[in-house]
Design a protein around this ligand. Structure first.
Ligand code: HEC
Ligand code: HEC
Length: 330
């Protein structure tokens, strides 16, 4: 299936295109007006240049894969993260996997206005959001060797992306919203059936031999992502689960879970009444009409309950926002 075509583009780059995997469901990118590249794109590490810039790219990729060992709580290059997860746990294949919070075009998309912070962020500041939220850590200095390496890696990744064109897998798959709310109780049953054999009955994950990181990362508890992370939003997580979990059963563009199952499981994993997490230091979205609709912390611009924002049904919220002329983000 991995039929790699590499076309030389510039001196240090090329397109590496994975041939289409059949009748994949289209992601949000399909809504864009420019014609989408109908293939998944990947980066060929053999093309990392053999010079100082290439060294920084290689270190950046290393940081994506072995984040905990390098900059975790006992990190050899600095102690920044509050947990021992790795960036690649969510941005799979070091940010190159299709429909897995793909990072290949991120370098082209920043600086960018972000509603959560209510200001324009640089890519470095956006990296630090993931260091502080899913990794529950403290920000990397913007001029550190590590931050420069992350940025070098993202710049190099972006050389494989056709400019200003959406491509298959750039955005996650979408889920169709059912008329009923996501059901955490049903999610619990599905979790036991599909997830606990790797992530553990208590979402604790599974350590590697020397406990420097995980074979299977934790999903809740003090060592997991904190509530300010996008993974804590039910829709966001369901869209990602659909393409990526169970790890041994889903393939890019070929979901294993149904949309309803993905939503129910995400509702169970993110149910704070039964699943504690590290506390966020502050809450977000200074402008409430920019708040993501599945963000579970008020105040809200509408009169829907916290529970409905978190678990749905989402369609009435989306319709209400549309009527008001506000942009519903999810
Ligand atoms: C628990 C899952 C998780 C982990 C671990 C994680 N991220 Fe993220 N990251 C996300 C989610 C979710 C988003 C938001 C994606 C979206 O809104 O579509 C995101 C967004 C990003 C973005 C912005 C992408 C864009 O184009 O806007 C960057 C850059 C990023 N992460 C880098 C990192 C780095 C570097 C690490 C490791 C230090 C990391 N992330 C660890 C879940 C995670
Ligand atoms: C066969 C083992 C396996 C199964 C089954 C499995 N996962 Fe995972 N999961 C993984 C691995 C491995 C990773 C990290 C992926 C990587 O680093 O490339 C992961 C990562 C994750 C992450 C992102 C990282 C984190 O810890 O927050 C979430 C969320 C997740 N899985 C949820 C689930 C859910 C929900 C199910 C059931 C539908 C499931 N997984 C089933 C192996 C598994």
């Amino acid at each position: 299936m991995r039929n790699l075509i590499v076309i030389g583009l510039a001196s240090i780059s090329g397109f590496a295109i994975i041939s289409s995997c059949g009748s994949a469901v289209e992601g949000k990118s399909a809504k864009a007006t420019t014609p989408a590249v109908e293939q998944m794109i990947t980066a060929d590490t053999a093309l990392i240049p053999h010079d100082q810039f290439g060294e920084s790219v290689r270190y950046g990729r290393e940081l994506m894969m072995n984040t905990a060992v390098l900059i975790g709580p006992d990190g050899s290059a600095g102690k920044y993260l509050g947990n021992k997860m790795n960036c690649t746990n969510c941005h799979q294949d070091a940010g190159t996997k299709a429909f897995s919070f793909n990072l290949m075009a991120s370098h082209d998309h920043y600086p960018q206005y972000r509603g959560r912070e209510g200001k324009v962020l640089t890519l470095a500041e956006r990296v630090n959001n993931c260091v502080t939220r899913p990794h529950n850590g403290k920000p990397l200095p913007l001029d550190s060797k590590e931050m420069v390496a992350f940025l070098s890696y993202f710049k190099w990744l972006s050389t494989f992306v056709p400019k200003n064109q959406p491509f298959k897998g750039a955005k996650n798959l979408t889920v169709t919203f059912p008329d009923i709310a996501a059901n955490p109780q049903h999610g619990q049953l599905l979790y036991q059936e599909n997830c606990s054999r790797c992530h553990g009955p208590n979402g604790e994950g599974q350590w590697n031999a020397d406990k420097s990181t995980y074979v299977y990362p934790p999903l809740w508890g003090a060592t997991a992502y904190q509530p300010g992370s996008s993974m804590h939003r039910v829709i966001k997580q369901a869209e990602w689960l659909k393409n990526n979990m169970p790890y041994d059963k889903a393939l890019p563009g070929k979901p294993f879970l149904t949309d309803q199952e993905a939503l129910d499981i995400a509702a169970f994993v993110n149910n704070d009444a039964i699943h504690p997490r590290p506390n966020p230091k502050s809450f977000d979205y200074p402008h409430i009409v920019e708040k993501a609709i599945d963000y579970d912390h008020g105040p809200f611009a509408d009169t829907f309950s916290v529970a409905q924002h978190k678990y749905g049904p989402y369609q009435p919220i989306i319709s209400y926002w549309k009527e008001k002329g506000w942009k519903a983000v999810y």
